[in-house]
Design a protein around this ligand. Structure first.
Ligand SMILES: Nc1ncnc2c1ncn2[C@@H]1O[C@H](COP(=O)(O)OP(=O)(O)OP(=O)(O)O)[C@@H](O)[C@H]1O
Length: 207
């Protein structure tokens, strides 16, 4: 479902990664590994179409991608339920069928009427991840999805990923430094580090 071929990407005008290639079949995940600064975020953003590639190609079904960064994207003045409806609406789903499931899987049912701004950091992160369950996107690019989560919540996320998203035919590429406990191959990006003198495009929008 996702094919990356000879991809080269850049940040701040400098090439970061070069000649990255892999496939991810429907129902599968790929874990991106590598030290801080190697280019995991850059690769995820490039694959999600948020910045241009320097070279190479990325293919997946049209309008199926979603990118989730470190930021939760929570609207403080909306309740938990309203936040999920808002994000579903942004993706063209005015009546999201997965809303109750997302609330349940991310242990948010009891918090459904709470304003987003009153949630703890971990609860906000759970709500940020629950968004993924209501937007109807099959190809997920996830950047450190478990930041701020305790062990119980990491397992909630891993279970949702495995039993809902992947079991439903989705794919996920996940940059993480922790063990999510899911059955997925890992790709260490260290060997793909680009020569910094190779040049690159401008990405001022993400400075
Ligand atoms: N705006 C910018 N201008 C210049 N260089 C940048 C900019 N943003 C990131 N970089 C550099 O690009 C490289 C790749 O950064 P990136 O955030 O993709 O790495 P990462 O593997 O996700 O790191 P981490 O594990 O710390 O999150 C790093 O060397 C970083 O310093």
């Amino acid at each position: 479902m996702l094919t990356v071929t000879d991809l080269c990407c850049a940040r701040g005008g400098l090439a970061v990664l070069t000649d990255v290639s892999f496939d991810v079949d429907a129902g599968k995940a790929l874990i991106l590994r590598g030290p801080n600064g190697i280019g995991k975020t850059t690769l995820l953003r490039t694959m999600a179409g948020l910045q241009p590639a320097l070279a190479g190609s990325i293919t997946y079904p049209e309008d199926e991608a979603a990118y989730a960064s470190h930021a939760d994207g929570i609207k403080s003045a909306l309740t938990v339920t309203e936040n999920l409806k808002f994000w579903a609406d942004v993706h063209g789903l005015s009546d999201p069928t997965g809303l109750e499931t997302a609330l349940e899987r991310f242990d948010l049912t009891d918090l459904r009427e709470r304003l987003g701004g009153t949630l703890s950091a971990g609860q906000k992160r759970r709500l940020g991840l629950a968004r993924l369950g209501v937007i109807g996107r099959k190809v997920l690019f996830l950047d450190e999805p478990t930041v701020s989560l305790d062990g119980f919540s990491v397992k909630l996320f891993a279970d949702w990923l495995q039993n809902n998203h992947l079991a439903g035919g989705g794919v996920a590429v996940i940059a993480t430094h922790i063990d999510l406990g899911i059955d997925a191959p890992e790709l260490d990006l260290t060997p793909f580090k680009a020569d910094p003198n190779a040049g690159g495009g401008s990405d001022e929008a993400f400075l």
